[in-house]
Design a protein around this ligand. Structure first.
Ligand code: ZN
Length: 140
């Protein structure tokens, strides 16, 4: 069987209480620039993507809950602020989901859903991947 291969590391998701404050801090202290700022009501989050000025780098995705019972607010209640997930780009998210399932990886999303910044995304459960929540994203 051919091995499924992800593309580049697209972003690292970080759960925060206040994305604006964190973005301001990261701009002022790390020199990062805001690349994208979007609220996705479906996921109950506001997300701000930040990138260094040098091109080709992986982004940081700040995730702030905008509804009380979103998965991000539950994460913050349980673990506090910090690293939440890593996201890899894939050419074909349907093949990615199918391949992970065939390898007994438990998927949170069995079908792709709309992600940020014109992407389709699917999350794989951290208990199947040694404690790391992994997101697959396909640009559309
Ligand atoms: Zn993400």
């Amino acid at each position: 069987m051919e091995i499924f291969k992800v593309g580049s590391l697209y972003h690292i998701g970080v759960a925060v209480h206040n994305a604006s404050h964190t973005a301001e801090l990261y701009q002022r202290t790390l020199g990062l620039k805001i690349e994208h700022d979007e609220t996705v009501l479906d996921q109950g989050v506001r997300a701000i993507m930040l990138l260094p000025e040098s091109s080709g780098s992986t982004a940081i995705e700040l995730l702030e809950p905008v509804v009380p019972d979103s998965s991000i607010s539950k994460f913050l209640d349980k673990r506090g602020e910090g690293m939440h997930h890593v996201c890899y780009l894939v050419d074909d998210i349907l093949i990615g989901i199918k391949s992970l399932k065939e390898n007994n990886i438990e998927m949170i999303d069995h079908t792709p859903r709309e992600g940020l910044n014109n992407t389709l995304v699917a999350f794989a459960h951290p208990k199947s991947l040694n404690g790391v929540l992994i997101e697959l994203a396909q640009k559309i």
